[in-house]
Design a protein around this ligand. Structure first.
Ligand SMILES: NC(=O)c1ccc[n+]([C@@H]2O[C@H](COP(=O)([O-])OP(=O)(O)OC[C@H]3O[C@@H](n4cnc5c(N)ncnc54)[C@H](OP(=O)(O)O)[C@@H]3O)[C@@H](O)[C@H]2O)c1
Length: 255
């Protein structure tokens, strides 16, 4: 039987003194992360490549009204120079950022590795890994010691999924990026990742009760940000029972 996680019982940290950039915040998992940081009282900045995606996302969040603490910045951060320019613009317009959550994504599946086209490889391996590396490169030097840099990853980083080789390799590369960043930047600020099983999101037509939800994923990100000891770790929540343990470990859910 799956665990029940009732977010009404969650202990939401107070992050009024924090300003977070949620890269990929308009996405399926990003939605839960944005909601959690708004609930925690932080200033939330979501960069997006297109105005239309921002408009669509505003509709998704329409139950919240128009939160004063939510800011969108339209522009690309998919390359090194673009990400640098985006970080400079956000810092100039909104002030220093304390935390970054990178939930940049997109799933691909359907072919064996030997059938993959150069276009698929470019889009799902090169472009996405580059967007992550560019985001880390732009923000790591700007974050304060008390801040956090967080990555949202899937179980495909550690378990092969037949037909999804590109995503397997991309996510595994990003998991190693988290680890090498911890090795290189541990004296600068905290770095952490979540490794997740399937996530219940707005895009899903069918949701298994044992899947973690994007709001639980969001609560973990604020839990990591709020806990000065939460550092240099991969928080694995492949299903509800692991998610319950992750939330309890971070002190954001009762034992
Ligand atoms: N969905 C799941 O069930 C699930 C499960 C486990 C782990 N994850 C992980 O969670 C993360 C987010 O997944 P998701 O399902 O939320 O993804 P998603 O909805 O497909 O995309 C997230 C956002 O990433 C941005 N993006 C996509 N491609 C990009 C690129 N090349 N350069 C820059 N930005 C790009 C887009 O933002 P804009 O269009 O606004 O720029 C998009 O809204 C991924 O690392 C994924 O592996 C997801």
């Amino acid at each position: 039987m799956s665990e029940i996680i009732d977010l009404e019982k969650a202990r939401h940290p107070d992050l009024h003194d924090r300003r977070v950039v949620i890269a990929g915040g308009t996405g399926d998992v990003g939605e839960g992360i944005v909601r959690a940081w708004l609930k925690a009282g932080a200033q939330v900045i979501v960069p997006s490549r297109t105005e239309s995606k921002v408009e669509e996302f505003r509709q998704v969040l329409s139950d919240l009204g128009q939160p004063q603490a939510l800011h969108f910045v339209v522009g690309s951060y998919a390359g090194f120079d673009e990400a640098q320019a985006m970080a400079e613009r956000i810092t100039a317009d909104h002030g220093p950022v304390t935390d970054v959550v990178a939930s940049i994504g997109g799933w691909w599946q359907g072919k064996s590795l030997w059938e993959v086209t150069p276009e698929e490889w470019q889009r799902y391996f090169v472009d996405m890994t580059t967007a992550h590396a560019a985001t880390a490169r732009a923000w790591i030097p700007r974050l304060p010691r008390t801040g956090s840099y967080q990555l949202i990853l899937g179980g495909s980083a550690v378990e092969p999924v037949p037909g999804a080789s590109i995503i397997n390799m991309q996510q595994a590369a990003l998991l190693m990026m988290r680890r090498v960043l911890s090795a290189e930047a541990s004296d600068r600020h905290r770095v952490a990742a979540q490794i997740l099983g399937p996530v219940a999101t707005r895009a899903r037509r069918r949701v298994d009760p044992n899947w973690v939800s994007n709001e639980e994923v969001g609560l973990v990100t604020v839990g990591i940000a709020a806990d000065p000891h939460a550092a240099h770790e991969d928080y694995v929540s492949m299903d509800k029972s692991q998610m319950l343990k992750t939330l309890q470990k971070l002190g954001v859910y009762p034992q």
